[in-house]
Design a protein around this ligand. Structure first.
Ligand SMILES: Cc1cc2nc3c(=O)[nH]c(=O)nc-3n(C[C@H](O)[C@H](O)[C@H](O)COP(=O)(O)OP(=O)(O)OC[C@H]3O[C@@H](n4cnc5c(N)ncnc54)[C@H](O)[C@@H]3O)c2cc1C
Length: 502
């Protein structure tokens, strides 16, 4: 088989790259290890109830925002029903030791006003924080599309002071520090290791609006799939790329674990960058680059509990347009150390379906609880693969389920009633389902003192993409797909075409 471009992995980064390349007439083959395409975006079902895993909401889907432009360019936007969070929608923050919930609106103005009402003595600190975030984002082309992209990407690396240091400098108020640090839950890096620049990049996308999609992450996958099938892109599922073939001039193709060979001048790898080492022939990379890939530190993992509650008007009002997030106070509140007990870790309560008539069983509402987790908590079972986990692992999951339910019911039980658990994911689940080392939820950490690999490698034709390269989340991973496609097509001219609609 022959292709112009082989893409390894069918998450949002691979799908975005494929849609752009296919639109330019390239013959693309996407290879996916799992039986179904979509990576972290795809839904699973328990008892016929659909659950999202890696998509609960996103920023940047407003008119003229980067994801809006990009998905319009990919011819998928018109296939999606975008559900903007209403003006009164928000993340509701429950800060330990500070009883009234803080509404973290998806709007600079509303969130600023809310914080000033809660912390009237901290007006200066609040202004300083938001001015800093906006200032940083003005020089990022994804948020200021008038800017060229190439210069920005060439100079891009996490720099500046740690977020926690910045927060401690502007305020002593530990409740305010926690409220401002909270977007860390969306990129999974401890606040003393993340630069204010990286924090700004992710936080800004939510401070300017939040959006769901009718049908959740699966609807995004289906929209890309429909578009790509029109463009004759081929999907090969249930097989992994085992090796990338290289000669003296660069990439020549790939071989799968089923011994299939596909010839191609370009290969885009969207999985974890460290997996590349075993895929390429020895000597392809310089030792320094190889070591950099091996030493990449990973973002945190999650315990994810999927369940249901009775769908009363009260639970719907409580859940549909609000994510409830319990967080410890202070600037280093997220994520906690391994020693932090489950009951003291942050906990996010969200739901899958945001539209009333979307659920198959109208009397039931799906809920998802997400909590930071560490690989060490399940590392003991690292040798057990899916379908072959021992009883001790089930007991561990049961204990964690009970702890998460107790915390959630104590905090939100009055509004929700009892939660009926249906499934639980751990770092082991994410390792196996997403090929994510240590179950990292957001790929390799975008942290200080770590240089995440760039899209282009020294092997001609071999490119990297995905959340570990540039920025995490649906926004970051989709942009990374655009950038790797741009490396093949001409980055700046592609950028000019995409931003034409802004
Ligand atoms: C629990 C959780 C909640 C999240 N919530 C949100 C949210 O609400 N909003 C948001 O914006 N982001 C969220 N994220 C993050 C977001 O899901 C990711 O940043 C994004 O989906 C990553 O996309 P990707 O294409 O880089 O990787 P993935 O979606 O992980 O795709 C990579 C694909 O590559 C495949 N693969 C790997 N190696 C091989 C190989 N050798 N051969 C073939 N295939 C291979 C994998 O099977 C996988 O399908 C969440 C993540 C998690 C885990």
């Amino acid at each position: 088989m022959k292709a112009d471009v082989v893409i390894i992995g069918s998450g949002i980064s691979g799908l975005t790259a494929a849609a752009i390349l296919a639109a330019k007439g390239r013959k693309v083959v996407i290879i996916e290890k799992q039986p179904r395409i979509g990576g972290a975006l795809k839904r699973f079902r328990r008892g016929n109830i659909p659950f999202d895993v890696g998509f609960h909401y996103t920023g940047c889907l407003g008119q003229g925002d980067i994801l809006h432009l990009l998905w319009h360019y990919c011819s998928v936007l018109h296939r999606l029903e975008v559900l903007p969070f209403p003006a009164e929608g928000h993340d509701r923050l429950y800060i330990n030791g500070y009883p009234p919930p803080v509404r973290a609106y998806f709007s600079y103005t509303r969130f600023t006003d809310e914080l000033k009402q809660h912390f009237p003595a901290e007006q200066g600190a609040i202004d300083q924080y938001f001015q800093k975030i906006e200032h940083i984002c003005r020089s990022i082309p994804f948020y200021n599309t008038k800017l060229p992209l190439t210069d920005f990407l060439q100079g891009y690396k996490p720099k500046g002071h740690p977020l926690s240091e910045f927060l401690e400098k502007i305020t002593d108020n530990r409740f305010l520090q926690a409220a401002l640090a909270n977007p860390a839950i969306l990129y999974g890096v401890p606040t003393d290791q993340v630069s204010i620049d990286v924090h700004a990049m992710v936080a800004h996308s939510y401070y300017t609006g939040a959006y769901g999609i009718a049908g959740g992450g699966q609807a995004i996958v289906d929209a890309f799939q429909a578009r790509l099938q029109e463009a004759d892109t081929e999907f090969l599922t249930d097989r992994a790329v085992a090796s990338i073939l290289v000669d003296d001039h660069g990439v020549t193709g790939i071989r799968t674990d089923r011994e299939e060979t596909i010839e191609s001048d370009y290969v885009i790898h969207t999985g974890h960058p460290s997996a590349l080492i075993d895929m390429v022939p020895d000597g392809c990379f310089r030792p320094a680059f190889r070591n950099r890939l091996i030493d990449l530190k990973n973002s945190i993992s999650m315990f994810a509990l999927f369940g249901t509650v009775s769908a009363t008007p009260g639970t719907k009002a409580f859940l549909d347009w609000t994510n409830h997030i319990s967080i410890p106070e202070g600037p280093n509140s997220f994520p906690p150390s391994l020693k932090t007990r489950s009951t003291q870790r942050s906990l996010m309560l969200t739901c899958t379906e945001r539209t009333a008539n979307n659920t198959l069983q109208p009397q039931i509402k799906s809920v998802i609880l997400l909590q930071p987790a560490f690989w060490e908590e399940v590392a003991h079972f690292h040798h057990c693969r899916k379908g072959n986990r021992p009883p001790a692992y089930s007991r561990l999951k049961h204990t964690i389920t009970e702890q998460m339910l107790q915390t959630a019911e104590k905090k939100w039980g009055d509004y929700l009633g009892p939660i009926r658990p249906l499934a639980m994911g751990t770092p082991l689940t994410f390792r196996d389902e997403l090929s994510a080392p240590e179950g990292c939820a957001y790929g390799a950490m975008h942290c200080l003192n770590q240089y995440n690999p760039r899209p282009r490698t020294r092997v001609p034709g071999l490119l990297l993409s995905g959340q570990s390269t540039l920025m995490t989340g649906i926004v970051g991973a989709s942009i990374s797909g655009m950038v790797s496609a741009g490396e093949i097509l001409g980055l700046e001219s592609l950028w000019q075409e995409i931003r034409r609609w802004s």
